[in-house]
Design a protein around this ligand. Structure first.
Ligand code: NDP
Length: 402
């Protein structure tokens, strides 16, 4: 029986804590810690009402390594699930190293003052984790996370050679607000206002933000305009999927969302540097975060579905084969189950399954790993059982061919 420490009591952390409590027989002790104890207390109460289980809670500032080490040493978890913000990744990894405990997160490290995300900072920890005899699993949310597992599964079980991968991410839900983001607004806006980037024939090709789009026909949702973005899993998949010729990432945005975003950018509200305001220094994007709805608060009235998956094109037994592996998730169903919307749900369930894989010894290793380096089959079997079932279909459309 496992002991898990979850750090971060936002939308994703709440789902992770609920799921751990639901999965009987795996997590005998669950501790939820965050900067604001009150948020942990609210989640503790909901879980108690839903499942009858009383999880432990704690206050921690995860930017502070000694404070985090002392919490980890007190709780003695088998694994720490980091669902705070990407800014805390390195300090929580440091704390896990010092305490000798396995680590999982869902988003790669970003420095606060530069809107840049890449794996180099976290990959640099490989030797130290290896020497300590523990494992860190990076990017174990939905995308990155489940998307990486789909790629590993396709490589091991379906193809002799994968030539192209297109990861497609659609949220066709409706929350009733004129403008809101589905996960932490600061992280979300920093991600999508960067230049787009994809990989082809051995090199990275950069585009302007939202410069390239296609109308992709999503199952159970229908056609949606999808924009090419850079997303962190491209960086690791290029390393680990053999023979790959091209990989891209697409995400849907409504016209309304893009118009709001353009205005916010044009007036400087998405800036990440400090500006002087009435004698104080403020960071505009953080001020904007304070004004926007908390993503977790969108859940009660959210309707519609998310559809996220990978389109593969490649060769099997000398013949060309195109398939699509995907998941559909319903916002209202997620709310009924764990009081969350589907974006928090799809990101919060996979790190729990990842923690289960480590506790049960199905994912073993010493060092720092991306999800596609670990066995996809037991992970995907558990996704089917615990709320994120996947489908595999032949893919006939030519929409992604150039
Ligand atoms: P939220 O902003 O809702 O929650 C983040 C939580 O982390 C808050 O409760 C916050 O505390 C806490 N936190 C922030 N700083 C610290 C700190 N120094 N010490 C302790 N706790 C801290 O974000 P989400 O739940 O929406 O997202 C969580 C993570 O999940 C993000 O990293 C995001 O990028 C990732 N994600 C990954 C996805 C995937 O598919 N891979 C998809 C969606 C999200 P406080 O309340 O006090 O501010």
């Amino acid at each position: 029986m496992g002991n898990v420490l979850i750090i971060g009591a936002g939308g994703v952390g709440s789902v992770a804590a609920h799921k751990c409590a639901q999965i009987n027989g795996v997590f005998s002790r669950i501790t939820l810690a965050s900067r604001t104890l009150e948020k942990c207390r609210g989640i503790q109460k909901d879980i108690h009402e839903n499942t009858g289980r009383l999880i432990d809670i704690a206050q921690v500032d995860a930017d502070n390594v000694p404070e985090t080490v002392s919490l980890i040493k007190k709780v003695k978890p088998d694994v720490v699930i980091n669902v705070a913000l990407p800014y805390q990744d390195l300090s929580i990894m440091e704390a896990c190293l010092e305490a000798g405990v396995n680590y999982i997160d869902t988003a790669n490290y970003e420095p606060k003052d530069v809107p840049k995300f890449e794996y180099s900072w976290q990959w640099a920890y490989h030797e130290r984790f290896r020497k300590k005899g523990i494992m860190a699993v990076l990017g174990c949310g939905f995308d990155p996370g489940v998307s990486n597992a789909y790629c590993a599964y396709a490589q091991r079980n379906i193809y002799d050679e994968i030539r192209t991968i297109d990861i497609v991410d659609c949220n066709a839900g409706s929350h009733g607000h004129p403008f809101a983001t589905n996960f932490n607004p600061e992280i979300n806006i920093r991600e999508i206002t960067q230049n787009g980037k994809y990989w082809e024939s051995g090199r990275w090709i950069e585009t302007k933000p939202m410069e390239i789009s296609v109308d992709f026909d999503y199952p159970e949702v229908g056609p949606r305009k999808s924009y090419l973005l850079f997303h962190e899993e491209l960086e690791s998949l290029v390393r680990h999927i053999k023979g790959l010729q091209r990989i891209r990432f697409w995400m849907t945005f409504s016209e309304n969302y893009l118009t709001h975003l353009r205005v916010l950018q044009n007036v400087g509200m998405t800036r990440v540097d400090e500006v002087e305001f009435e004698g104080k220094k403020i960071v505009p994007i953080r001020f904007l975060k304070a004004l926007l709805p908390d993503p977790a608060s969108l859940a009660p009235n959210y309707t519609g579905k998310t559809a996220i998956g990978c389109v593969f094109d490649g060769i099997k037994n000398g013949k060309r084969k195109k398939i699509f592996i995907y998941n559909i998730c319903d916002h209202a169903e997620c709310y009924k189950e764990v009081k969350a919307q589907a974006v928090s749900y799809t990101a919060g369930v996979p790190p729990v399954i990842g923690a289960m894989m480590i506790i049960q010894g199905k994912w073993k290793g010493q060092g720092v790993f991306n999800v596609e380096q670990l066995e996809p089959e037991p992970f995907m079997e558990m996704l089917n059982k615990h709320g994120l079932p996947w489908q595999q279909v032949e893919f006939r459309s030519s929409i992604l061919e150039q």
